[in-house]
Design a binder for this molecule. Structure first.
Ligand SMILES: Nc1ncnc2c1ncn2[C@@H]1O[C@H](COP(=O)(O)OP(=O)(O)OP(=O)(O)O)[C@@H](O)[C@H]1O
Ligand SMILES: [Mg+2]
Length: 280
């Protein structure tokens, strides 16, 4: 079953000279883990904003085509309604946190939803335990580390019980430990909670190991799409648009150019064999 259907989507911001998204058609299956990459200004964030209806409802412009999430056409449903289907997380956790305690922060998201108290409490506990912040529920959010703040922002959308989670560079402002904790959480949400994930992420090593498919944006279009090992095989196209190539692929690519490998995307074992390194 396709949980996301995008048909001939184009978008131009009001007053902008050119389209930021150009004729995008794609579908995502329930439970898939999608990585989104592409150069700066290629339309990744704009695309994310179309998935929960912020575009076209809150940001003005020329919107063409259709985005259907969990069976709802975003044109016909409000952002509030769509936010129970699609959770959106941005790169700066500070801009997403407003309350005095961790607990209040996640409760706040549910207050306007009309969820009954018992259910509200169940969801809060579930979300905070899942992101590893249950023991910090009384903390003042500004005192949390960057990684903890981002996991709190994720908990605040999880309490809405979304089927889809869209994360736009959720680790780009975090230290290495924070990055790792957020990436591990994203993996867990997909594998254990079966949430469909779309994540814009510069850590291409992570996407190579974990994504089911990768979408590559360039100039408002998707120019490459598929399993990570096939997408990353096209090293030259990715280098041209400024995408970081995973270290293992960079080495594989050099060996392929020398005729020592048939593909750049080979396993660590095959890489060692081609380099005549001992297998451990
Ligand atoms: N609010 C806006 N008004 C007008 N143009 C915008 C607006 N936001 C983005 N754009 C333009 O739309 C295009 C796509 O931008 P977008 O932010 O979606 O790219 P991105 O791939 O997320 O880039 P980055 O990697 O820098 O985050 C760019 O040309 C950008 O200048
Ligand atoms: Mg962006």
């Amino acid at each position: 079953m396709n949980i996301i259907e995008v048909e001939n989507l184009s978008f131009k911001y009001k007053g902008a000279g050119r389209y930021s998204l150009r004729d995008i058609t794609l579908s995502v299956k329930k439970g898939e883990f999608i990585g989104i990459i592409g150069g700066s200004g290629s339309g990744k964030s704009t695309f994310c904003l179309t998935l929960n209806g912020i575009i076209p409802h809150s940001i003005q412009g020329t919107f063409e085509g259709n985005v259907i999430v969990a069976g709802l056409n975003t044109r016909e449903h409000s952002v509030a309604e769509l936010s129970t289907k699609v959770g959106l997380v941005f790169q700066n956790p500070d801009s997403q946190i407003f309350n005095m305690t961790v607990l209040e922060e996640v409760a706040f998201a549910l207050e306007n939803l009309g969820v009954e108290r018992d259910e509200m409490w169940r969801r809060i506990k579930w979300a905070l335990k899942l992101v590893g912040l249950w023991d910090k529920r009384e903390e003042f959010p500004p005192n949390l580390s960057g990684g903890e703040k981002q996991r709190l922002a994720i908990a605040s959308v999880l309490v809405m019980k979304p089927e889809i989670l869209v994360l736009d560079e959720p680790t780009s402002q975090l230290d290495p430990m924070g990055k790792e904790s957020v990436l591990n959480l994203i993996k867990l949400l997909n594998k254990e909670e079966k949430i469909t994930i779309l994540v814009v992420e510069h850590n291409t090593e992570f996407l190579l190991e974990n994504a089911d498919r990768v979408f590559v944006f360039s100039d408002g279009k998707i120019i490459l799409e598929g399993k990570p090992e096939n997408v990353f095989e096209d090293v030259e196209t990715l280098m041209k648009i400024g995408v970081r190539i995973p270290a293992r692929i960079r080495i594989g690519y050099e060996l392929k150019k020398k005729g020592l490998l048939k593909r750049a995307t080979v396993s660590a074992k095959e890489l060692k064999k081609a380099l005549k390194l001992p297998q451990t």
